[in-house]
Design a protein around this ligand. Structure first.
Ligand code: BGC
Length: 416
């Protein structure tokens, strides 16, 4: 099917999907009906999203970049708060807008991966329900049904929820994301309801479009420790239970693939001084802290081999097809992003190794196409293959853009 030839050109399987990813709230700008917007206005975080990348108005020229890259897929999301700004009242205007966005991708022959929930909800939903309330399942399903009815003819692949346990952890434990609650009991209820909502939405989509693929994405980093000894195995188990199994275990067979989001190595240490402290932004989890790479803007330690370890571990536990739905590195402003080039090539090398050993990986989406609004961190960490000057909105492809384009166009990684 594919081969690793002598001169270090790694071929990927025929039909492999190469893409990039963005999320509505992080790029569109002015999502005024979303709970995150309200959270920002309340001063809960330092930097407001504002116009973000103005993708809402500039999507066509941004899609030109996808063609230039030679991508055959694109992962994006719809903003629930735009589609349903008031409970039960769907906006024809916004649905028509999303139709235009998706049609523009279709015209370019780009396979659409659509995520229905990417960390933000309408204000009315957060105030009246929240995922910890039972009724949230049917309320979310009603929104999903609308999207499927209005846009479903254009969608190739769905992810119902994006990395749900990250915003739940921040929203229900550390309180740094909306709804800003600190209540483990409500967190468990919310996780349970998200699993139920996924199952319901899976059926909704499959009833109408049986051939379409439906999955969910989880955060899979690789965790190790220097000072925890055998305890690291337990810590790993608990961490994976939280990030993946808590929801995945309840979803059962109701998915066609798993979306893997892999970023880094978590080198865990225990620090007695922080025993009672939970501060996700500074990576402190009740005394467990994660070692930092001071040269990285999010302090993340890059560990390309981890993607291989994660992929082979998934294969051991279940035989589900996999898409890498996100993988990327935060860098500083500047077009000469050698660090990103190395990051991409090294991770793809290890992804290829996993594929060559039989792991069914069907696509890779780099995070991200554009520099964008990085939640609690505002606009400082830059994740884009394309740099944005946020004062003028001018876009410029970085060096890595051209390197990634070669890979996408040739379906091959040239390590010579
Ligand atoms: C999220 C993105 C985020 C990225 C980098 C992912 O887990 O899905 O929204 O920007 O990580 O932090």
């Amino acid at each position: 099917m594919y081969a690793q030839s002598e001169n270090k050109k790694l071929k990927f399987p025929k039909g492999f999907l190469w893409g990039t990813a963005i999320s509505a709230y992080q790029v569109e700008g002015n999502n005024t009906h979303a709970d995150w917007w309200k959270w920002e206005q309340k001063g809960k975080i330092k930097i407001k999203s504002g116009n973000a990348c103005d993708y809402y108005r500039r999507f066509k020229s941004d899609h030109d970049f996808l063609q230039e890259l030679g991508c055959n897929t694109f992962r994006l999301s719809v903003e629930w708060a735009r589609v349903e700004p008031e409970e039960g009242k769907f906006s024809k205007k916004e649905l028509a807008h999303y139709r235009e966005v998706l049609l523009d991708l279709k015209k370019r022959d780009i396979k659409i991966q659509l995520t229905l929930w990417w960390w933000t909800s309408p204000i009315w939903f957060s105030e009246k329900y929240g995922f910890h309330k039972k009724k949230s399942v049917e309320v979310f399903a009603r929104y999903a049904q609308k999207v499927v009815d209005e846009l479903g003819d254009l969608i190739d692949i769905y992810q119902t929820f994006n990395e749900p346990m990250v915003p739940l952890g921040q929203g229900y434990l550390s309180g740094q994301f909306p709804p800003g609650i600190r209540n483990p009991w409500k967190l468990l209820k919310a996780a349970n309801n998200i699993a139920k909502a996924h199952k319901r939405v899976y059926e909704i989509i499959k009833n109408k479009y049986p051939e379409v693929e439906v999955g969910i994405s989880y955060l899979y980093n690789w965790y190790e420790s220097e000072n925890l000894g055998f305890l690291i195995a337990i810590v790993n188990r608990v961490s994976k239970w939280f990030r993946v199994d808590l929801i995945d275990g309840k979803i059962g067979e109701n998915l066609d693939f798993i979306g893997v989001q892999y970023y880094r190595l978590g080198k865990i240490k225990y620090d007695w001084g922080n025993m009672g402290k939970l501060d996700a932004k500074n990576q402190i989890y009740y005394g467990f802290t994660i070692e930092e790479d001071k040269n990285n803007l999010m302090k993340w330690i890059s560990y390309p081999e981890g993607i291989y370890r994660v992929l082979t571990e998934i294969k051991k536990n279940r035989n589900t097809p996999i898409y890498i739905t996100e993988n990327g590195v935060p860098t500083d402003v500047g077009l000469n992003d050698q660090e990103r080039i190395v990051f991409i090539k090294e991770h793809l090398k290890y992804m290829h190794k996993a594929i060559s050993e039989g792991v069914d990986v069907r696509g890779y989406n780099h995070w991200s196409l554009l520099d964008n609004f990085e939640w609690l961190y505002g606009y400082t960490p830059r994740f884009g293959l394309v740099e944005i000057d946020f004062s003028t909105m001018e876009r410029k492809p970085r060096k890595s853009f051209y390197e990634y384009a070669k890979i996408c166009k040739n379906n091959e990684l040239d390590l010579n």
